[in-house]
Design a protein around this ligand. Structure first.
Ligand code: NAD
Length: 269
C-alpha cells in the first residue's frame, strides 16, 4: 500500500518554525508534496531549511512567501502552488502570533495584528482552499474527499486567558468559523476540522519552558506531565488529512496532555 497522502499537495502556513515545521515534515513523510509557507524574507532561510530536511528524507517540498493576512498574497500563494505542484488538496491553517498585554493597556494595533493573522488569515486561506477544492472536484485516486482543511486553534478556544484577550478571541473565533465551514461544505465532500494544542515546545511560548522553574510551573497545568512536541501535532494532522478520518468533520481535536481536564481539581479542588 502507498503512503497515506501519496499524490496530494498540502499548504502549511507559518511552517518555517515550531508546529508548522513539524506538521510539514509529518505530512511530507506521509507522502504529500508540501508548501512550507513563511511570511517575510527574514524567514526564508528557516523555511528553506525545513524544505531541505524534507527533501533529504526523500520527500517533496517547496517554500513560498505569503503574509496570510494579505488577500492578494494568499491568492498568489494558491495560484503558485497549483502551478508548481498541480493542485491543492490539504490546507493546514497554522500561522499565528501572540501580542500579549493587560487588557486596559492593549493597543488597537496589538488587537488588530493578532486578529488579522490568527483569524482573518485563516479566513482568507480557507476561502481560497474551498474555491480551489470545488474547482478541482474529487479525485478518488487521491482521497474520498475533495479537500481537507485543518485549522490550528488552541486550548484557548475554550480556556479563557487573562492578559491574552486578543489571542483567546482569535482562537474562539476560529472554533465557530471552522464549525460553520464544516457545516456549509460537507455536501461538497470538503472536511474541515481543528487541532487544539495545549503547551507545545516552540518559539511562541519559550518563556514557559526555557528555565526549569518555568517548566515546573507549566507542568502543574498538564496532567500527563510532559510538554508537547511538534510531532504530537504532526501525527494528528496526518490522520485528519487522510481518509482514515473520512467520517470526521467539524471537530476540535484537543492534543494537550489533559490541560482541558481542569487539573486544579485533581486533588479534590
Ligand atoms: P511559532 O512562533 O514557531 O510559529 C508561528 C509561525 O507563524 C511562524 O513560523 C511565523 O513565521 C508564522 N507567521 C507569523 N505571522 C505570519 C503571517 N502573517 N503569515 C504567515 N505566517 C506567519 O509558534 P507555534 O507554537 O509553532 O505556533 C503555531 C500555531 O500553533 C499558532 O497558530 C499558535 O497559536 C498555535 N498554538 C501553539 C501552541 C503552543 O503551545 N506552541 C499552543 C496552542 C496553539
Amino acid at each position: 500500500m502507498g503512503k497515506k497522502l501519496e499524490g496530494q499537495v498540502a499548504i502549511v502556513t507559518g511552517a518555517s518554525s515550531g508546529i508548522g515545521a513539524g506538521v510539514a515534515k509529518s505530512l511530507a513523510a506521509a507522502g504529500a508534496a508540501v508548501v512550507v509557507n513563511y511570511p517575510v524574507p527574514s524567514n526564508k532561510e528557516a523555511a528553506e531549511a525545513v524544505v531541505a530536511e524534507i527533501i533529504a528524507a526523500g520527500n517533496k517540498a517547496i517554500s513560498l512567501q505569503c503574509d496570510v493576512s494579505k488577500e492578494s498574497d494568499v491568492e498568489q500563494m494558491f495560484a503558485n502552488t497549483v502551478t508548481a505542484l498541480g493542485s491543492v488538496d490539504i490546507l493546514v491553517n497554522n500561522a499565528g502570533i501572540q501580542k500579549d498585554a493587560p487588557f486596559q493597556d492593549m493597543s488597537l494595533d496589538q488587537w488588530n495584528l493578532v486578529i488579522s493573522i490568527n483569524l482573518t488569515g485563516q479566513f482568507l486561506c480557507a476561502r481560497e482552499a474551498v474555491r480551489t477544492f470545488i474547482k478541482q472536484g474529487i479525485d478518488t485516486n487521491k482521497s474520498k474527499a475533495a479537500g481537507k482543511i485543518i485549522c490550528m486553534s488552541s486550548v484557548h478556544e475554550v480556556i479563557p486567558w487573562a492578559g491574552h484577550a486578543n489571542y483567546a478571541a482569535s482562537k474562539g473565533g476560529i472554533m465557530l468559523m471552522m464549525k460553520s465551514l464544516a457545516q456549509e461544505f460537507a455536501h461538497k465532500k470538503i472536511r474541515i476540522n481543528s487541532i487544539c494544542p495545549g503547551a507545545i515546545q516552540t518559539p511562541i511560548n519559550r518563556s514557559a519552558w526555557e528555565t526549569p522553574e518555568a517548566l515546573e510551573s507549566l507542568l502543574t497545568l498538564i496532567p500527563y506531565k510532559r510538554i508537547g512536541q511538534s510531532e504530537d501535532i504532526g501525527n494528528a494532522a496526518v490522520w485528519l488529512a487522510s481518509d482514515d478520518s473520512d467520517y470526521v468533520n467539524g471537530i476540535s481535536l484537543f492534543i494537550d496532555g489533559g490541560m482541558t481536564l481542569y487539573p486544579g481539581f485533581t486533588t479534590n479542588g
